[in-house]
Write a protein that binds this ligand. Structure first.
Ligand code: NAI
Length: 263
């Protein structure tokens, strides 16, 4: 007697494919965002990357090829965001995937963090993420399809010293994922987060350089014994954007070599 195979209608590449989808990746010109764009292009998506520096975006698009385009935008310029999303949809097409990747960090003792410092971090890592998500979310809800991916941090999962504003902003994104999941998921718009561990990018290397004890502490609690590579985050994002994760919403996925549960 033959047993029907519930997954036989999909080949593995097919269900992970992003062919025909359009992805918007903020801060996609460099670091993790660039690798998310690279992996999504490899998975068949068209990507739109944003950032503040046109030369960086131009270079990134040259490397990404014909399925990539860019828009110059500072995410903290909140009033420009509704028009930005409208322009992107006009010129590139309907956004199926939003990756809120743009982010900044700052290492300072909490008692030295000024209100301006705190506000700057929160404006980029939290407020801008909400505004972009609202603008994309209302369009996705109307179309009844979409995948929204936040990029949080280990700082949202356990305590790290000298990053109070960053931690507050990334932890708040964790809460935002939960709230938005209840409102968006009934409309087939999934909302998830990736919590990267320590990934080799300029931001991470700057934070670790000159602080060997912090570097050793981070490595000691990473069972896989290595820093992550930016494409480790890229492929996780492809998964969360693809049909393969169609029943996954409201989660925060650590991609961290075990760092968040290491001793
Ligand atoms: P990065 O500094 O290499 O890249 C950040 C990107 O965001 C850059 O393209 C930058 O231009 C863009 N960006 C910053 N402010 C912006 C603004 N106002 N408007 C538009 N774009 C802006 O940093 P990295 O490491 O690639 O970080 C990417 C994301 O991953 C961030 O959200 C960060 O918090 C998160 N992350 C990184 C980790 C790591 O180990 N590298 C660990 C945990 C989280």
């Amino acid at each position: 007697m033959s047993v029907s195979n519930p997954i036989s209608s999909h080949t593995a590449p097919g269900i992970f494919s992003l062919a025909g989808k359009i992805a918007l990746i903020t801060g996609g010109g460099s670091g993790i965002g660039f690798y998310i764009a690279t992996c999504m292009v490899q998975a068949g998506a068209k990507v739109v990357i944003t950032g503040r520096r046109e030369s960086v975006l131009q270079e990134a698009v040259t490397q990404l090829g014909n399925n990539a385009s860019y828009f110059v935008n500072d995410v903290t310029d909140l009033k420009t965001l509704p028009a930005l999303i409208a322009d992107i949809e006009l010129q590139a097409g309907e956004i199926d995937i939003l990756v809120n990747n743009a982010g900044i960090n700052m290492k300072k003792h909490a008692v030295e963090v000024t209100d301006e410092d705190f506000d700057r971090i929160v404006q980029t890592n939290l407020h801008a993420v909400f505004s972009i998500t609202r603008e994309c979310g209302k369009r996705m809800i109307a179309r009844q399809r979409g995948s929204i991916i936040m990029i949080t941090s280990m700082a949202a999962l356990y305590g790290i010293d000298r990053v109070v504003a960053y931690t507050a902003s990334k932890s708040a994104i964790g809460g935002m994922v939960k709230a938005l999941t209840t409102e968006f998921s009934p409309f087939n718009v999934r909302v998830n987060a990736i919590a990267p561990g320590f990934i080799e990018t300029p931001m991470m290397l700057t934070a670790m350089n000159g602080d060997p004890s912090r570097r050793d502490k981070a490595m000691d609690r990473t069972p896989m014994g290595t820093w992550g590579k930016p494409d480790d985050i890229g492929w996780a994002a492809v998964f969360l954007a693809s049909e393969a994760s169609k029943f996954i919403t409201g989660v925060s996925l650590p991609v961290d070599g075990g760092n968040s549960i290491g001793f």
